[in-house]
Design a protein around this ligand. Structure first.
Ligand SMILES: Nc1nc2c(ncn2[C@@H]2O[C@H](COP(=O)(O)OP(=O)(O)OP(=O)(O)O)[C@@H](O)[C@H]2O)c(=O)[nH]1
Ligand SMILES: [Mg+2]
Length: 641
């Protein structure tokens, strides 16, 4: 097999029916792009044609030939996906015709930036007519990416003008930036067939990444895994296929009847189908009237073209030449990524309305004129320009929910390595924050919001419980509405910043939210602590304490909790309260007793502590609950640690 270097760009034709596109491809490549019998019999292109030619330096370039007939515009759009350089073909005897304009508009909407104009059939007309056709096409191209493009008058029949066209095309190919093969493999499928002895073969132009035999890929939107058995580029065996090469992949584990144009072959586990797509839509300037909300449309993206309904989000109707945020709600799933281009055509009559850029897949039907919807989409749109901005946008939407690199890779549809690089860039410019435990990330502003939420919760709690110093994790969860996996890392960050401090039993103290202590309160707390201490291991009940201190029971309980926050008292079970000293003495005695006997001798312990079952049993259960002791058969022993 001859070694073959491929220039990673693809050239495509465009233009009105019968203007000589396929003839041009035949002259350029020696390959007849009209491969269907019906095409050859009728002398017109129905479906896409594929060919390739050599640059003077021997590198190969792919060519996609599209049909000009207005009924096959859908095929044309499917072919234009993945094209880097367009040859706009206009017959000199016919001049600019409707599909000249429509194809030009579609290429413009798809974001093409480079191309040549070829004037064919010059052998059929006088030089003055050629001049007229030139003026005609120049006018049609004004204001588009082809304004000022090189123009080549040729004859596909006599070969006139072809030397200049070949040279001009070669120069244009070399001047076109090669497609990067970075990113995850994704290829909108253009053709599917079954080759004898090979099974299913799918073809297309990958928009990103590479694939090689042995790789596992996924056919989307149905999500079926397949394995690559072999790959070809330009009808020649290749080691791998990549973005910018017209590619054929022989895949196992799937019947060719189960794959269709419009499906996508992609790296597994990253892309998926979606039916609600948020977009920035621009209406073509030449439309005869404004685009209405709820228009029935066909949404062309990649090689797919499902039906759907257009919902205009920020305008009542869309005037020709203007742009809007919109949601297309499709009747079947497509596979898209933010930044993908699309073309929107009206269903009846069939006209191209406009097109633009995919902003994101929506999880909901978006409501019109809702500021939060429009703000979100504006952020997604800004994020398109920069991968880091997109990462930040994704992080921002997660709010205080820190993300792992794996989750981000899936959400951004990017390889892990690319995500790691973005995270490093974000950390360096301090727009991304890593959690202390590591490997999870937050957007810096969202972290501040999260911390503010904690402080607000603590402040609220403190206002409602003016004697408390600490608040339980359960209170924090309820008031912040954050669950444990989100809350815990935020609290650790709050602690690292000196905002909060971890307290026993999962409680937290927020230094900025502590209530002032009056002399009167301090006096009451001291008396209460003294009562508890006097009670030793048979402390008085809250009711007795309330009577002794002449306080209503609720006020007394608040003061007990305050003593507990200060570490001067401990609550055991629901209603027993012990002074610190007595509690510590009990704990030490339990340990000593266990060590001496190998287990707890309760009657002896009761003696040592001078208490009765009424206090001792709840205390021992409390120690079990702390994980200090545990039951073992009929005994209680120290829990090994
Ligand atoms: N005399 C002359 N005839 C040409 C030239 N180029 C194409 N033709 C003829 O024009 C007719 C249409 O040519 P095609 O190449 O099939 O046109 P096309 O643009 O591919 O048409 P569709 O694919 O159907 O849009 C054929 O009969 C060609 O032989 C040319 O430069 N000179
Ligand atoms: Mg043709």
């Amino acid at each position: 097999m001859p070694s073959m270097e491929i220039q990673p760009i693809v050239v495509g034709t465009a233009g009105h029916i019968d203007h000589g596109k396929s003839s041009l491809v035949r002259v350029l490549t020696g390959i007849d792009p009209d491969r269907l019998q019906e095409e050859r019999e009728r002398g017109l292109t129905i479906d896409l044609g594929f060919a390739h030619f050599l640059l003077p330096d021997g590198r190969r370039v792919g060519v996609v030939d599209v049909p000009g007939h207005e009924r096959f515009v859908a095929n044309m759009v499917a072919g234009a996906t993945g094209i880097d350089l367009v040859l706009l073909v206009v017959a000199a005897d016919d001049g600019v015709m409707p599909q000249t304009r429509e194809h030009l508009a579609i290429m413009q909407l798809l974001g093409l930036e480079r191309g040549l104009i070829v004037l064919t059939k010059i052998d059929l007309v006088d030089p003055e007519l050629v001049e007229l056709a030139v003026a005609d096409v120049r006018e049609a191209c004004a204001g588009t990416f082809l304004a000022g493009a090189e123009l080549y008058p040729v004859s596909n029949s006599t070969g006139a003008g072809w030397d200049a066209l070949r040279a001009g095309l070669a120069a244009a190919c070399l001047a076109t930036p090669p497609r990067s093969a970075g990113g995850l493999f994704r290829m909108p499928i253009q053709r599917v067939f079954s080759a004898k002895g090979f099974g299913t073969v799918v073809t297309g132009i990958p928009v990103s990444g590479t694939a090689a035999p042995g790789d596992e890929l996924e056919v989307l939107p149905r999500g079926q895994r397949v394995r690559v058995r072999g790959v070809q580029a330009y009808a020649t065996g290749a080691e791998r296929v990549r973005a910018g090469h017209s590619s054929a992949l022989n895949v196992s584990d799937i019947d060719h009847g189960a794959v269709h144009r419009g499906d996508v072959l992609a790296a597994p586990g990253t892309f998926h189908g979606a039916r609600w797509i948020a977009v920035r839509l621009r209406a073509l300037p030449g439309l005869s009237r404004a685009v209405r909300d709820r228009t029935r449309v066909r949404f062309h993206t990649g090689t797919a073209d499902p039906h759907g309904e257009l919902v205009l989000l920020d305008t009542l109707e869309l005037a020709p030449g203007h742009s809007a945020l919109a949601q297309v709600r499709l009747s079947s799933e497509v596979v898209v990524a933010p930044g993908d281009r699309f073309v929107l055509r009206q269903l009846s009559p069939e006209v191209t309305l406009g097109g633009g850029v995919v902003l994101e897949e929506s999880e909901h039907r978006l409501k019109r004129f809702k500021p939060f919807v429009l703000d979100g989409l504006a952020a997604a749109e800004r994020a398109l320009d920069s991968p880091l901005a997109r990462l930040l946008d994704v992080l921002r939407r997660r709010g205080p929910r820190a993300a792992s690199p794996e989750e981000l890779a899936a959400e951004l549809q990017q390889p892990r390595a690319a995500v790691e690089e973005l995270l490093a860039a974000g950390l360096a410019e301090r727009t991304v924050v890593a959690l202390p435990a590591g490997r999870r990330y937050l957007e810096a502003g969202e972290l501040e919001n999260g911390l503010e939420r904690l402080v607000r919760a603590a402040r609220e709690y403190s206002a409602e419980h003016p004697l408390r110093l600490d608040l339980e994790a359960r209170e924090l969860r309820r008031r912040t509405e954050l669950d444990k996996p989100v809350l815990e890392p935020l609290l650790e960050l709050a602690e690292a910043r000196g905002l909060a401090e971890r307290r026993p039993a999962g409680a937290w103290r927020f230094h900025g939210c502590l209530p002032p202590t009056t002399a009167e309160l301090e006096g009451e707390l001291r008396s209460l602590a003294a009562e508890l201490q006097r009670g030793a291991l048979q402390p008085p009940s809250p009711e007795e304490l309330a009577a002794r201190l002449r306080l209503p029971l609720p006020a007394l309980l608040q003061r007990l909790e305050r003593l507990a926050d200060e570490g001067r008292a401990l609550r055991v079970g629901a209603e027993l309260w012990f002074g610190r000293e007595a509690y510590d003495r009990a704990l030490a005695a339990v340990e000593e007793n266990c060590r001496r006997h190998g287990h707890l001798e309760i009657p002896e312990l009761r003696e040592t502590l001078g208490t009765t079952r009424k206090w001792l049993i709840p205390l021992l259960e409390h120690f079990d609950g702390l994980g200090f002791t545990m039951r073992q058969g009929a005994h209680r022993v120290l829990r090994p640690r």
